[in-house]
Design a binder for this molecule. Structure first.
Ligand code: ADP
Ligand code: ZN
Ligand code: ZN
Length: 729
């Protein structure tokens, strides 16, 4: 008897057995359509067996094997199985959730090779003669088409106006469709020399490159530490070119916000458009499937993608790169709560290929591995192009500022100076790590938890202070326990208040506010960028959205407000995130010809954070943070998991969590099980939310606890989930 073990997208942690035939033993990894209840579902054949506990009468046969689709290779099935176990998410939803959605439909989209185009004789003539200068864009595209031999519709679509030109040229007889059977010859996979030219590397880049190459083609983890603009991407491109030259594929993972058309163009220019597949969340189902198939076939030399791309099957994988490895967006916050950087390192080890992590501000987890020599640290100390002089940083002590006045005199003066010179200012308000912490403006006291090293959080409605970690709870004091000041305020300011203050002070200035309220859609944000670029704005007031990736050449002042709260946020990662953000924001100011200033308002000018920030010394910052983490036993010196629960009523949520905590403690493992606490946002959309944090010095006992504990957790009135290595508590 041949029993098929099929993973289905059903939220139970087991596979489903079907009656198969001997021939099915070849089909492991294939997608199948199977009967499930009265419906049909798509599943993945993850294994075969000789026996089953399902009675023969109940055993059903699959309806069909989707053999026109490539099977999920064994290495990816193993990777998904590992993730399912490690993150304690059922196997079926893990496997199916990591495939392109188009594959999960019982009526799968037809798989066509995408269409390809090449120049006709007439087209080649035009390309050779050259187009008028105003048609530079068309000319560039023609030249590229000529050099590549043929381009896919996918590739043409991604080029500016590519679609429009294609239509026109088809009508003019300059291009023709390439017969599908000619395509493999035109872009045969295999050994391939990069097409674009690379700049001459500087000493730092050469050193990093040869150090990485010296480690060979097997598994090793490298950390490439260098500020934005230090030439990290150039190093990745060279390493990926090494791979392409020997017929191997590279996986380049980036945070969503960094997967810009500029980066895609840069990679495409180096490798040829049809050698690069970009996978991100903005694709239609059909597009994603087509691109995924090109990665799976081995045709793509480079797969460039956001977190989900870490699961892309690549038959000739030779290298993985994770750019901005510290970026929180690598952590998936629902379903399979994986961290794409961690999965990437695991995948590289299993595949026995090198993995390169790049960042200006590496995560402390990564930094610690580098300090322990588990990762191989390489530095790019200087900017690759010495265009922008780093801005001059200055702290503005706002302790004497009245508690209600958001902007200091120093900042107002600096803005005024920009206005008179026709330059632009950015007033940046930090909202990240924002927590209503109780704070004394007179002496700088903040409410500490006396049971753990965290800060207490104000819950104004109940007039109580709570520890977000251990559950300690007390009344809001009427006066500062340290100096007696009775004017204790929760820290925090809004962008609207700041905009209003600026408008009042500078009535003639053109001011724009940029936050989630004003730029809900992408168009609004693009328009704003246009206005800044065309000098139609004098002052920008904004939050995180303005931190990275935009070049504003006339911006010469960055004023940073509201970061003190993040320095005593209850989230122990707040300071780490803040440092990273600050380096980015400050980098917005100034160009070669227009030097910039950065002013940072704070009531804590003596906090060591600022000395490290002013000297832009990430190593000093990271080393101090690691000492703090070690003393308080926080990650990376311990491992955490959170059990989260939510429900329509408060009582069942906390009953569930209390019972869960009792059960966890009963297992008597070397794991700390904290008391249930309300979630950070205790009530969201009418639902009550709570959580239990568990923590252990070693991963083993934590995993052992989760393995035995979670199957016993059941509730009909509460929805719950487990988050391993949570990024946020
Ligand atoms: P990062 O990835 O660290 O931000 P990039 O590799 O993008 O840095 O380099 C920043 C800029 O410097 C890019 O415009 C890049 O083309 C350029 N660049 C990088 N390395 C060199 C080099 N060796 N010579 C000249 N320009 C370089
Ligand atoms: Zn506490
Ligand atoms: Zn005080």
């Amino acid at each position: 008897m041949t029993i098929l073990r099929v993973a289905l997208d059903v939220p139970v942690d087991e596979t489903f057995d079907y009656r198969g035939e001997a021939a099915h033993r070849q089909d492991i990894g294939r997608l199948l359509v199977v009967p499930f209840g009265s419906r049909q579902r798509v599943g993945v054949l993850v294994g075969v067996a000789d026996t089953t506990s399902v009675p023969a009468a109940k055993l059903r046969a699959p309806l069909r094997v989707l053999s026109h689709l490539p099977p999920i290779p064994q290495d990816i099935l193993d990777l998904l199985t590992f993730c399912s176990r490690y993150y304690h998410h059922p196997l079926g939803p893990t496997v199916l959730g990591c495939l392109p959605t188009a594959l999960r439909r019982t009526t799968a989209l037809p798989v066509t090779r995408s269409l390809w185009y090449r120049l006709t004789d007439a087209g080649r003539q035009v390309a050779a003669d050259g187009l008028p200068r105003r048609a530079a864009r068309q000319q560039a595209l023609l030249t590229e088409l000529q050099q590549a031999g043929a381009l896919s519709l996918d590739a043409l679509r991604e080029m500016p106006s590519g679609r429009r030109f294609l239509t026109r040229w088809l009508a003019d007889g300059w291009v023709e469709a390439v017969p599908a059977e000619d395509v493999p010859a035109a872009v045969a996979s295999g050994v391939h020399a990069p097409v674009g030219h690379s700049p001459t590397l500087n000493a730092g880049q050469r050193e990093a490159l040869s150090a990485i190459r010296a480690q060979g083609s097997g598994f090793a983890t490298h950390l490439l530490h260098g500020v934005t603009g230090s030439g990290k991407t150039e190093v990745y491109l060279q390493l990926m070119a090494d791979q392409a030259a020997t017929g191997r594929q590279s996986l380049l993972l980036v945070p969503e916000i960094n997967l810009t058309p500029q980066l895609q163009a840069r990679v495409a220019e180096r490798f040829g458009r049809d050698r690069v597949v970009a996978l991100h969340s903005g694709l239609s189902e059909g597009e994603r499937l087509q691109r995924w198939l090109r990665a799976v076939s081995g045709e793509a030399s480079v797969v460039l993608g956001t977190r989900l791309a870490v699961f892309t099957p690549m038959p000739r994988l030779g290298l993985i790169v994770v750019d901005e490895e510290h970026d929180p967006s690598f952590k998936q916050q629902e379903g399979l709560r994986y961290h794409a950087r961690d999965v990437a390192v695991f995948r590289a080890r299993e595949a026995d290929v090198p993995v390169v992590l790049g960042s200006a501000t590496p995560s402390l987890e990564t930094w610690r591995h580098a300090a322990d020599r588990k990762y191989h640290l390489l530095r790019l100390p200087d900017r690759a192009v010495a265009a922008a002089a780093p801005p001059v940083l200055r702290l503005v002590d706002t302790r004497s500022l009245a508690g209600h006045d958001p902007l200091s005199g120093a900042v107002l003066e600096a803005v005024e100076a920009r206005l008179s010179r026709g330059e632009q200012s950015l007033v940046f308000l930090n909202r990240r790590g924002y927590a209503p912490t109780l704070y004394c403006h007179a002496c700088g006291w903040v409410a500490p938890c006396n049971r753990c090293s965290a800060r207490l959080t104000v819950h104004l409605a109940s007039r109580r202070l709570r520890c977000h970690y251990c559950g300690h709870d007390e009344r809001v004091p009427v006066q500062c326990p340290s100096c007696g000041n009775q004017d204790l305020l929760p820290v925090g300011q809004g962008t609207q208040r700041i905009e209003a203050t600026l408008a009042e002070r500078f009535p003639a200035a053109r001011i724009a506010r940029v936050d989630r309220d004003t730029t809900r859609n992408k168009d609004a944000f693009d328009q704003l960028r246009e206005r800044v670029t065309h000098d139609e704005l004098d002052i920008l007031v904004g939050t995180q959205m303005l931190a990275k990736g935009h070049d504003f050449p006339r911006l010469t002042l960055v004023a940073v407000l509201g970061i003190d709260a993040a320095l005593f946020a209850p989230d122990f990662r707040a300071e780490e995130r803040l440092f990273s953000l600050m380096l980015q924001v400050i980098g917005r100011a100034g160009r070669a010809d227009l030097p910039g200033d950065a002013l940072i308002q704070t009531t804590l000018p003596t906090h060591p954070f600022f000395a490290e920030l002013l000297s832009q010394d990430y190593a000093a910052f990271a080393d101090r943070q690691l000492r703090v983490r070690e003393q308080s036993g926080f990650p990376p010196y311990s491992h955490q998991a959170v059990l989260r629960a939510e429900g329509n009523d408060e009582h069942p949520v906390f009953e569930f969590l209390r019972a869960a905590a009792v059960a966890a403690r009963a297992m008597a493992l070397p794991v700390i099980v904290h008391d249930p606490v309300p979630a950070w946002i205790a009530r969201l959309a009418g639902r009550w939310r709570g959580q239990v944090l568990i923590q252990s010095e070693a991963r083993g006992p934590l995993q052992a606890l989760l393995r035995d504990w979670t199957p016993g957790l059941t509730s009909t009135r509460v929805r719950w989930s487990v988050d391993v290595d949570p990024n946020e508590l």
